[in-house]
Design a protein around this ligand. Structure first.
Ligand code: GDP
Length: 527
């Protein structure tokens, strides 16, 4: 095997999908602990609170108990390289999550054992299903009173339409939680509380049919055997192929807080989850094994580090190898750029990157030329597909408190819009600035970040816009005619695209009818 093929085979790139509060932050810490990327669990949280002190935006995140940022973390585990992409769980940030899921090869679904499948779990699973992303499931919070595990598996099957194959089965829960039984290995992993913050290997009891197992399980033993019989009769056995096709999910039980069962999940990613997969471009399919470099940008984040005030474009490498100092072709603008300082995200601290392969995520410094969805190659004309922008559904006119800071306002809105969670529009008929978003929370985030990061105070005013549509037309004459006629409602968005801001639903239908040659697009891909 070539070095490149070996490096690709070692990689696992996945995201965690969960309803808020299911335990995503907690398990992320435990995974980092497992990869020895951090030495004590709690580090990720405390980093969060450092920033909390200096940033209203993060304070807001904390207050509302949701995680707004997507972080990228890389760590080694069992001679493999894990790329973990965190996603915001809150529905107002679904676009960001959607795009992050285009950059992974598999996903970890966290379910709160007390609550089961929740609305965000369903929405995120629907996104994963679009690409048949393989899913590994973890039922969390076994140290609490949870719902009947058989019922939970039924729910995964019925509500999410995924065949559920239990790999481990819990022995009791809450104060009676004694560990999990591995259905094929015939061993019990013994739970003991109080080890949540360190890396410990669970004690193992071999064979369920042993005195040691009987003694450990105690009064629950007979009931457990009965339950197990039911489970083995009624549940699917794990089929690797079906998992890879996104039709079956292996299910593990444990507690992220107690750091129990998390290692089994990570082992499952190493053993079963796919190595980096091919990606579709408009022109052709691109394989991870190809020698020349390619990748696409799925996320842009401004001012990640408040001390640096920079903008980072996150790129998934799709083929070839990134080396420091290499030249890349920015395909959309057809320009070669030398990349001397790409970043990797080793355990949430950024480090200068030496090399990267398919499946890795690298961070490029963006000085305004990179947009979400952009493709980079070593010269070939390629455009990766499947990274969409959606038309916003809510609109506000942005007004400044201090008119002298107009330049900073424009710059701030433009840079924040590059991240893709909001979109900024500059109407052709006047000097207004209109902000569009999919969720109302995004307006608060922007106001708070403008104040913190750009020292601009803004006020929102309501505005009569129902929806936005990107305009495309191959016929230049028709387009010009349309531009003249629709001038009042046309804007240029932050990426320079012509956009029609429809005041009402009826207005949009009339325009669509009247201008059959013009495409009014509710979603666009950037190429
Ligand atoms: P997120 O919103 O999905 O990132 O959830 P967090 O990781 O912040 O967890 C939400 C809450 O559940 C926090 O109070 C955690 O301490 C708690 N939690 C997470 N995992 C467990 C667990 O296994 N057992 C118990 N009892 N609590 C947990």
């Amino acid at each position: 095997m070539s070095k490149q093929a070996a490096e690709v085979a070692k990689r696992r790139t996945f995201a965690i999908i969960a309803h808020p509060d299911a335990g995503k932050t907690t398990i992320t810490e435990r995974l980092l602990l497992m990869g020895q990327a951090i030495s004590i669990a709690g580090t990720v949280k405390s980093r969060k609170s450092d920033r909390h002190a200096t940033s209203d935006w993060m304070a807001m995140e904390q207050q509302r108990g949701i995680s707004i940022t997507t972080s990228v973390m890389q760590f080694p585990y069992r001679k493999h390289m894990i790329n973990l992409l965190d996603t915001p769980g809150h529905e107002d940030f679904s676009e960001d999550t959607y795009r992050t899921l285009t950059a992974v090869d598999s996903a970890l679904m966290m379910i709160d054992g007390g609550k089961g499948v929740e609305p965000r779990t369903i929405a995120l699973m629907n996104v994963c299903r679009m690409r048949d992303t393989p899913i590994i499931s973890f039922i969390n919070k076994m140290d609490r009173d949870i719902r009947d595990p058989i019922e939970l598996l039924d729910e995964i099957e019925e509500v999410l339409g995924l065949k559920a194959a239990p790999i481990t089965w819990p022995i009791g829960c809450y104060r009676e939680f004694k560990g999990v039984y591995h259905l094929t290995e015939d061993v019990i992993y013994v739970y003991s509380s109080g080890h949540g913050h360190e890396r410990t290997d669970a004690k193992i009891i071999k064979h369920l049919d042993s005195d040691e197992a009987r003694a450990h399980i105690g009064d629950l033993y007979d009931d457990f055997l009965e339950e197990l019989e039911l489970v083995q009769g009624a549940c699917h056995a794990f089929e690797h192929d079906e998992f890879l096709q996104g039709q079956m999910t292996p299910v593990f039980f444990g507690t992220a807080l107690g750091n129990f069962g998390v290692d089994q999940v990570l082992d499952a990613f190493v053993d079963w989850a796919p190595a980096p997969q091919p990606r579709m471009a408009l022109e052709r399919e691109v394989l991870p094994s190809e020698e020349t470099f390619s990748g696409f940008v799925f996320k842009i984040q401004a001012n990640m580090d408040p001390r640096h005030r920079d903008r980072i474009a996150f790129m998934r490498v799709c083929s070839g190898k990134y080396e420091q100092g290499m030249k890349m072709r920015h395909a959309r603008i057809n320009k070669d750029i030398r990349i001397a300082d790409a970043l990797t995200f080793f355990s949430s601290d950024r480090e200068r990157l030496e090399e990267a392969y398919a499946g890795d995520i690298i961070g490029l410094h963006n000085h305004g030329t990179i947009q979400i969805g952009d493709t980079f190659t070593e010269g070939e004309e390629l455009s990766f597909t499947g990274v969409p922008h959606f038309a916003p559904e809510l609109f506000r006119r942005v007004r400044l408190s201090d008119p002298l800071r107009a330049k900073q306002l424009r710059q701030g809105l433009q840079e924040l819009a590059e991240e893709g969670a909001t979109q900024v529009f500059f109407p052709q008929r006047n000097n207004d600035i209109i902000l569009g978003a999919i969720g109302v929370l995004q307006f608060d985030v922007v106001a708070s970040r403008l104040k913190e990061e750009y020292k601009v105070e803004c006020i929102y005013e309501s505005i009569n816009v129902w929806s936005a549509r990107w305009i495309e037309c191959d016929d230049k004459k028709k387009l010009q005619e349309f531009k003249d006629k629709a001038h009042e409602n046309l804007s240029i968005d932050g990426g320079g695209h012509l956009t029609y801001l429809a005041p009402t639903r009826v207005n949009l239908s009339i325009m669509e009818e009247r201008w059959p040659d013009i495409k009014f697009l509710a979603a666009r891909e950037s190429h």
